[in-house]
Design a protein around this ligand. Structure first.
Ligand SMILES: Cc1cc2nc3c(=O)[nH]c(=O)nc-3n(C[C@H](O)[C@H](O)[C@H](O)COP(=O)(O)OP(=O)(O)OC[C@H]3O[C@@H](n4cnc5c(N)ncnc54)[C@H](O)[C@@H]3O)c2cc1C
Length: 261
């Protein structure tokens, strides 16, 4: 079987800081990691490969330093790594990202399963996986916490807020994996040495892909961010500790004074 795992390199923090002047994320000086749920996606692929054999290809679109994230994925056990990197891809929104990744998947050729993380901790949209499936016209199952291959189809449990849904999809398919799915393995010392000495990260630029230039990068993005901001912290709450009847009266008077009721 052939598995493709989408890996995004993200800042190692959930409290990304924003430049108030430009409205852009401040990435300088922040260490980077593999997006946590992408590691769950890779772990899922590694477990399936242990059962059914095959090849795992990890793919990332990002700046040249995303090579580091792909090396870590190779050290965990991926067989092949591809980095899509070109100035022309920069500033992509989710649609342009999915289109560029999808064009690379088409160049790879045949595959059985694409695994993405459910959501990236920086962009946070959870849109790239579903958009990639749409572009490739393959079935998709999102928010997956369990998966297996049975008779040429994938069977997966989708973890929703109030219920669990069992889905089946024919192959090839795309799944987005949550952090509940597994505990990603640590790379072994040999894995790390291999990733840097024996294995290579292939670099694909725009010219290597059959791609419509009007659909990539900032120019090819149908959406643009107008403003990003962290909401100001709300004022401190107050607990009224009188007897219930008296508390209700105080609350009522306060709300009426503010013309809320
Ligand atoms: C409207 C809009 C405009 C934006 N404009 C800009 C901008 O001008 N400049 C800028 O720097 N950023 C911009 N971004 C952010 C950038 O587009 C996103 O970081 C990127 O498209 C991925 O979206 P996400 O982070 O929400 O990923 P999600 O959709 O949350 O990611 C889900 C999964 O998809 C896969 N995935 C996502 N991105 C990649 C990738 N690059 N490579 C491999 N796999 C991936 C991973 O498996 C990941 O777990 C914009 C985002 C939006 C929504």
């Amino acid at each position: 079987m052939r598995f493709i795992v989408c890996i995004k390199q993200v800042p190692d923090t959930t409290s990304v800081k924003i430049d108030k002047r430009t409205g852009r994320l401040i990435r300088e000086g922040i260490p980077t990691i593999i997006n946590p749920e992408d590691k769950n996606a890779l772990e899922a692929a590694l477990s399936l490969k242990e059962k059914y054999e095959g090849e795992i290809i990890v793919i990332s679109m990002g700046p040249p330093q995303a090579d580091e994230a792909l090396r870590e994925a190779l050290a965990m056990g991926a067989d092949r790594a591809i980095l899509l990197t070109d100035r022309a891809f920069a500033g992509a929104d989710t649609m342009a990202t999915a289109y560029s990744l999808g064009s690379a998947v088409k160049k790879i050729g045949e595959y059985d399963l694409i695994l993405c993380g459910r959501q990236a901790i920086d962009g946070d949209t959870a849109q790239v996986g579903p958009q990639l499936a749409e572009f490739l016209k393959v079935p998709q199952i999102t928010y997956v916490s369990e998966l297996n291959i049975e008779e040429n189809k994938v069977v997966a449990i989708q973890e929703l807020e109030d219920k669990r849904v069992r889905w089946e999809a024919s192959l090839p398919a795309l799944l987005t994996i949550t952090s509940e799915a597994n505990k990603p393995r640590y790379p072994s010392a040999y894995g790390i040495m291999d990733a840097y000495r024996e294995k290579e990260v292939e670099t694909w630029e725009k010219k290597h892909l059959d791609i419509d230039e009007e659909r990539i990068g900032l120019e090819g993005s149908p959406t643009s961010v107008k403003r990003i901001f962290s909401p100001e912290p709300k004022g401190k709450g107050e607990i009224i500790k009188e007897e219930p009847k008296e508390s209700a009266e105080i609350l009522f008077n306060r709300l009426r004074a503010k013309n809320i009721i």
